[in-house]
Design a protein around this ligand. Structure first.
Ligand code: MN
Length: 257
């Protein structure tokens, strides 16, 4: 089995190292990650500039590759022929912040798993609810063990075609994790605020600031599971059709002008 590991925090991120160390015994592991932080970059396809790839090493000496492309570009590079051997599974993470509810549309971590689904491969995104801890100070080991458990299962049982997994781990010791709860996407509550200032030359600039987002901790959702100490596993798909709303638009059909 050939596993591709990537992330959106960059090749030097401690979450990637912890995950790679846990996964490298499960099969052949290729690490290909961006050379900078792409957090909250959304789903990217770099078409208007060349992509470069360099040899790299993780902090413990694991051989890796790095690129100036986005997380989804890493998956595209790997699956379109950069690597000698075909990839069987794509993992992304471990992100130091959770990716819950609507976050999945912003998250570089999740879009790497999304890109895997587009390539017809199983993809799994891992995120840890590190809150306001600094990534350098965080213990990624419990989340890395979760990643190992889930990747093992994904290798044994094929994921349905087009489905990718969004896994979020509460910040707890391995012993204190209650287990895996299969969830649906919850509701994020963003508390963004626009900060308008002036640069030293008197020109205005804007910063999307505000408080950290919260969420609705409804049972059965990713938020609810995380809140109660469960590992949240949400199966996602790329079909965003509002299937239960198609009827609402029936009368629009056929009319022009
Ligand atoms: Mn990130």
């Amino acid at each position: 089995m050939h596993i591709l590991a990537t992330n959106d925090d960059g090749i030097d991120a401690p979450g990637l190292l912890a995950m790679a160390q846990r996964l490298r015994d499960l099969g052949e592991l290729t690490v290909l990650a961006p050379n900078r932080n792409w957090s909250a970059s959304g789903h990217v396809k770099t078409l208007h500039r060349p992509l470069r790839v360099w040899e790299a090493r993780l902090a413990d000496g694991i051989h890796a590759l790095t690129t100036d492309g986005a997380p989804s570009d890493c998956v595209a590079l790997a699956t379109l022929g950069l690597l000698d051997r075909p990839v069987d599974l794509v993992v992304s993470g471990i992100n130091p912040l959770p990716n819950l509810g609507h976050d999945v549309t912003y998250s570089g971590t999740v879009t790497a798993a999304m890109e895997a689904a587009i390539a017809g491969l199983p993809g799994i995104a891992f995120s840890l609810d590190g809150s306001d801890r600094r990534p350098e100070d965080m213990d990624f080991e419990p989340a890395a063990r979760v990643a190992e458990t889930i990747v093992r299962r994904a290798l044994e049982n094929d994921l349905p075609q087009g489905v990718f997994l969004n896994v979020n781990v509460p910040y707890r010791s391995w012993e204190d994790l209650r287990g895996i709860q299969v969830t649906r996407q919850g509701l994020r509550v963003y508390r963004d605020a626009l900060v308008a200032r002036e640069d030293p030359r008197g020109r205005p600039y804007y910063w999307i600031g505000g408080e950290a987002p919260s969420g609705i901790s409804e049972p059965g959702t990713d938020f609810g599971a995380l809140q109660e100490g469960w590992v949240s596993l949400t199966p996602l798909q790329l079909d965003l059709t509002a299937a239960d709303r198609l009827e609402t638009f029936e009368a629009w059909q056929g009319l022009l002008g």
